[in-house]
Ligand binder design. Structure first.
Ligand code: M6R
Length: 622
């Protein structure tokens, strides 16, 4: 969690840093801070509790802070409550933590990640006379850098390298040294960080949107690497202090995609970007009416050898895995297990040597998913990552990568990345089935053709959004919502329910429709909203029966089904229809009204849709 930024160049740093932080607020938003240097003068540190807005107001949008070099941070608390004292930047001096210690401090820094052995290091530093003002692990790491800097050669590079060897955990660190004006030093392990370069200016950030307005030319800094940033230049070092060469990468995302573009919230904008995310992802993998998996490095022989697939992910990415499981098993006839990364990484795994582990992640930085990937690699199992963020840790470490082309996703609640992940899953299932001769050429071609109709069908669902808004307005006081469905519909329920709870704070549960009567049905009372998802013809009647069971206990029923199943209106109190498609792909359409429901309920309750409480976009801690 947390977003970090840094800038050194010709212009005033603070407004640029605040602008960058505003693009990273999705990563954390309980406090924020800046440290700015004006030439040789010590850093001026300003911090505040609460949203970035508070910091912006306090500094006159950054204009009050003079200097061309600086670092900034927006926090999602891990160690220590959200407060001004615990907000970053932290300084190495023995100050009160209210921003007065910077004058005597050699080191000032911001950090994203978790230092696991911070307690032991804190004790060691206290014995050396260091006093601590905050509860954060970050203050410990800043003071450790200071300790090594003073103990050894007064070289930032050596002090940081020694610190990196000593700390355990994850970090993206951004530091300034009082004795080295005009320089920013960065170091990274297991937390994201990119470095951007433009004419005479250098930027560092946790994620691309923060710098996209200024440059598209970026370097990816590797694990256990450091860099010195000066205006328009970067020098990379490994742990031994050797200079390492890096290739500059051009980011293809355009700056507009990281802006709201006239929508009130990023989430609504991203909901509307789903047709494009799908088309772009399809186009990147379909060449001459065939799915090109060579481009992701999988050969036909390798595919034929796969005896078991493990899909490992968290949250919504996990939900797309559940959909893929149904589709893959049905058409490619390969057994699939879908695993929560946080469980997978600690289980006593009996992995099949001819298995394929597929890690699904929008950010490519989710700590549990990354750990699961590493575990699979350690066990010698082939890995494939389905990732949205180019150059992210998971993308770089997996044997093979399939990029979803959803573009930058800013709202904490995922929508377009989810949709693109579904497409990635369908494409793999269809191609694996084709390679294994499980489906005939004609069906193969029809499936691909059908995939291309999904964007336009999503547009059609979106045309009806006011009707959903109207329905949701009537449900504004809902306490509990239940989502029920079978097969792929159950997988859609998982996502619909998560969308509801994460942004509307309404308790909701997704249940395999047949399972409700094994206990949970006792929660249904007069007026409880139960949403039945019924897009699978074979299971349709069964789910209707389960909806009727709920109705007899007082539930208020909403049905979500495909056009043609009009008889649902005999049972449901309110119905939403989606266009017909191949039933393997209905999740792509059925999820749209459920995303809209979560969105509208959140808006009607006056909540912060894009930045729901307690959450962060990418979960880079365990
Ligand atoms: O970046 P990832 O796809 O690995 O993130 C996984 C989950 O944290 C993410 O899907 C989360 O559940 C979203 N908030 C759901 O909207």
């Amino acid at each position: 969690m947390c977003g970090i930024v840094g800038f050194v160049g010709k212009r005033q740093a603070a407004p640029i840093l605040l602008d960058g932080l505003s693009k990273l607020e999705y990563r954390g938003y309980d406090s924020a801070g800046l440290a700015i240097r004006n030439g040789d003068e010590p850093a001026e540190v300003v911090k505040s509790k609460g949203r970035l807005k508070v910091l912006s107001e306090k500094t006159d949008n950054g204009n009050a802070l003079i200097g061309n070099c600086g670092i900034g941070h927006t926090r999602w608390a891990t160690h220590g409550e959200p407060s001004r004292t615990n907000a970053h930047p932290h300084v190495s001096g023995n100050c009160t933590g209210t921003g007065s210690g910077e004058v005597e401090s050699e080191v000032v820094g911001v950090h994203n990640g978790i230092i696991e052995n911070f307690k032991e290091l804190k004790e060691k530093l206290m014995k050396h006379g260091y006093l601590f003002y905050s509860q954060t692990d970050t203050e410990v790491v800043i003071k450790l850098v200071d300790y090594y800097y003073k103990k050894y050669t007064h070289s930032p590079q050596e002090a940081i390298a020694k610190t990196m060897v000593r700390v355990r955990g994850s970090y993206a660190l951004c530091l300034m040294f009082k004795s080295h004006p005009g320089e920013i030093w960065v170091a990274r392990k297991d937390s994201p960080m990119i470095i951007g370069i433009s004419d005479g200016e250098t930027y560092v950030a946790s994620d691309v949107p923060a710098i996209l307005k200024y440059t598209r030319n970026v370097y990816y800094i590797g694990n256990l690497e450091m860099a010195k940033l000066t205006p328009g230049e970067v020098t990379f070092y490994n742990l031994d202090g050797d200079v390492i060469e890096k290739e500059l990468t051009e980011i293809k995302w355009d700056a507009e995609s990281a802006e709201k573009g006239g929508y009130e919230h990023f989430m609504m904008k991203e909901i509307h970007e789903q047709p494009k995310a799908i088309t772009d992802t399809l186009n990147s993998l379909i060449k001459d009416e065939k799915i090109d998996i060579d481009s992701i490095g999988l050969s036909n022989d390798e595919v034929r050898n796969i005896s078991q697939i493990y899909i490992v992910a968290c949250g919504s990415a996990y939900h797309t895995g559940v959909v893929t499981q149904y589709v893959m098993e049905d058409i490619a006839k390969i057994p699939v297990r879908v695993e929560l990364a946080s469980e997978f990484r600690y289980r006593k795994l009996l992995l099949d040597k001819n298995g394929l582990v597929i890690i699904v992640s929008q950010s490519g930085e989710t700590a549990d998913s990354l750990a699961a990937l590493r575990l699979a690699k350690d066990k010698g199992i082939k890995t494939l990552a389905i990732v949205n963020v180019v150059g992210s840790s998971i993308a770089r470490e997996a044997d093979n990568v399939l990029y979803t082309l959803a573009g930058p996703e800013i709202a904490v609640a995922t929508t377009k990345a989810y949709s693109a992940q579904l497409i990635a899953g369908y494409l793999l299932a269809i191609q694996f089935a084709y390679i294994k001769n499980e489906i005939a050429e004609e069906y193969y071609k029809n499936l691909i053709k059908e995939l291309y109709t999904l964007p336009q069908k999503i547009e059609k669902v979106l045309e009806d959004k006011e009707r959903i808004q109207w329905f949701v307005a009537k449900q504004a006081n809902a306490q509990d919502v239940f989502y029920i469905g079978r097969g792929i519909d159950y997988a859609v329920c998982l996502e619909g329910s998560l969308k509801m709870k994460e942004i509307s704070y309404v308790h909701s549960e997704a249940y395999a429709a047949g399972e409700l009567k094994h206990g949970t049905i006792s929660l249904i009372e007069d007026g409880t909203l139960v949403i039945g998802v019924l897009t699978q013809s074979e299971l349709y009647e069964k789910t209707v029966s389960n909806m009727v069971e709920c109705k007899s206990r007082g539930a208020y029923l909403m049905g979500l089904t495909s056009y043609g199943h009009y008889e649902i209106e005999d049972t449901a109190d309110f119905t939403v229809y989606i266009p017909k498609t191949d039933e393997h792909f209905t999740a792509s359409l059925a999820v749209i009204p459920l995303q809209l429901m979560g969105y509208y309920l959140s808006v009607s309750r006056g909540l912060d849709v894009d930045k729901p409480r307690n959450l962060a976009k990418s979960v880079t801690v365990e």
